[in-house]
Design a protein around this ligand. Structure first.
Ligand code: ZN
Length: 473
């Protein structure tokens, strides 16, 4: 009894002595940042690290620069959202769902990847051969854990901030390697300053490109240009930086972009010099966006998300699924989502197969963010799908999909690609071109379809996003 009373007294004392958590009024914007290093161990005598992107069996021999997961958390006194970016080729929805289970108390958690082509295989399809999965399960589990830690760090460090947003067009840093030429060249930067001190509290940079300058012969682990952009801005502003990859389909690439060194020498694809310089130049353009930034109201927070089924008709992916190279839950496709049932065991190719993914939407006051689960074509974001189908395409009469940015009516917008999943290319159906004759008088089809679930991906994803915004879902 005495002990219990003593304990009660202790509790009272500690209650009195503990500083009370600062009361945050609803509507007060708080933001925090966190990061974790996810560079895998590269040991020539140990288990191989298969690099993702380009071909199979690209084994890492060393490390050029470290990989990170970076997170920021935004709270308005009522809702709390975490947004994560990993220096990886892509993470599947099941990984994201496991991360979410470990992060109770969040209204929404968005986990995206930068799509670096110089990091470990986290999707399975770049193993020693097309028949063997390239994922190191232990590494992937450690990435999940580090994501959780980065988010918790961001959550613990959040503080009242003031926000500004700015953007510039940076077409000189993009190459479109697939016709028609449509660039998504908006570089958007969100800047936070501590409300009390006016000190820099953090930056969020959103750009649209494939981080793949090091190319298919590279054997070194790298975040590609992303880490160099982050480093440039971190040094200049002495604050954390999160880089978000947006629209990368169609195909927005950093290869073939003419880049000169500070001395004016042309730098070559596949070199560390071009990779670092591109990162620095992108950082410099981000500075222009920061200098031109205007105050933005980021409260109240609203989030929406919806599960979406997409038919999988890509023969290589179906085969990879049967072999266990592509490990995702499979469903029996039906146009009526209520009739969709899980498929167990090895999929039967006589049955139509579907994958489940997610579309999401985050509204931070005046800023709307589209969360798209793969590599969407700029045409589908910016409402630039060709009006008149090019002769030779496979579905010339396919309707133009509802464009992503047409759904966002607020003053500021952003897109996170590879958000919560990586389902490959999301190609406008009337530009789908797998069968001869080919569009633009080409002898071979353009690159893209081979890394897409199928021609109905774009109509379904774009409609699901439109439904999400109109409240139909
Ligand atoms: Zn890609």
């Amino acid at each position: 009894m005495r002990r219990a009373m003593a304990a009660a007294a202790m509790v009272l004392v500690s209650l009195v002595l503990l500083p009370l958590p600062a009361a945050v009024e609803e509507g007060t914007l708080e933001v925090g940042f966190g990061e974790r290093n996810i560079t895998p161990k590269v040991d020539p005598k140990g288990k191989p690290v298969y690099l993702a992107g380009f071909g199979n069996n690209r084994k890492a021999t060393g490390i050029l620069d470290p990989l990170f997961v970076r997170a920021f958390v935004v709270r308005d006194g009522k809702s709390k959202v975490a947004i994560v970016s990993a220096d990886l080729v892509g993470l599947f929805l099941d990984t994201v769902e496991r991360v979410r289970e470990k992060l109770p108390g969040f209204t929404y958690v968005v986990v995206s990847s930068t799509h670096s082509h110089d990091g470990p295989d986290t999707m399975g399809i770049w193993g020693p051969s097309p028949l063997v999965n390239g994922i190191d399960k232990e590494y992937l589990a450690s990435v999940e854990q580090k994501i959780v830690e980065a988010v918790k760090e961001a959550d613990a460090g959040k503080q009242p901030v003031k926000a500004t947003i700015g953007s510039v067009k940076a077409p000189e840093l993009l190459h479109d390697s697939r016709l028609p030429i449509v660039l998504h060249d908006d570089l958007v930067v969100l800047s936070f300053k501590e409300a009390k001190s006016d000190k820099n509290a953090g930056l969020v940079v959103q750009w649209n490109n494939h981080p793949e300058i090091l190319g298919g012969s590279n054997k070194l682990i790298s975040s590609d240009y992303v880490g160099y952009t982050v480093q440039y801005l971190k040094e200049k502003y002495s604050c954390p930086v999160v880089y978000l990859t947006g629209t990368v389909g169609g195909l927005m690439t950093s290869l073939h972009v003419p880049i000169k060194s500070a001395k004016g020498e042309e730098l070559k694809d596949g070199t560390a010099e071009k990779t670092a310089r591109y990162g620095e130049l992108l950082g410099m353009r981000a500075v222009e966006a920061i200098d031109a930034a205007k105050p933005v109201k980021l409260t109240p927070i609203e989030t929406r998300s919806s599960g979406v089924y997409v038919p999988l008709t890509n023969r290589n992916f179906l085969l990879a699924h049967q072999l266990g190279v592509l490990k995702r839950d499979a469903f029996e496709w039906n146009a009526d989502p209520k009739k969709i049932v899980p498929l167990k065991g090895i999929i039967d190719l006589k049955k139509p197969v579907a994958m489940k993914t997610e579309v999401g939407y985050v509204k931070f006051g005046e800023l709307e963010i589209a969360c798209i689960p793969g590599e969407i074509y700029p045409e589908l974001v910016l409402d630039k799908v060709v009006e008149k189908a090019e002769p030779g395409v496979d579905f010339p009469d396919a309707p133009r999909e509802p464009a992503i940015y047409n759904q966002l009516k607020g003053p500021h917008r952003m897109i996170i690609g590879l958000a919560n999943d990586e389902i490959g290319y999301i190609i406008p159906k009337r530009q789908w071109d797998e069968k001869p004759p080919f569009a633009y008088g080409k002898e071979k089809g353009q690159y893209g379809e081979v890394n897409s679930l199928g021609p109905d991906t774009a109509p379904i994803i774009c409609q699901a996003f439109a439904d999400l915004l109109s409240g139909k879902k």
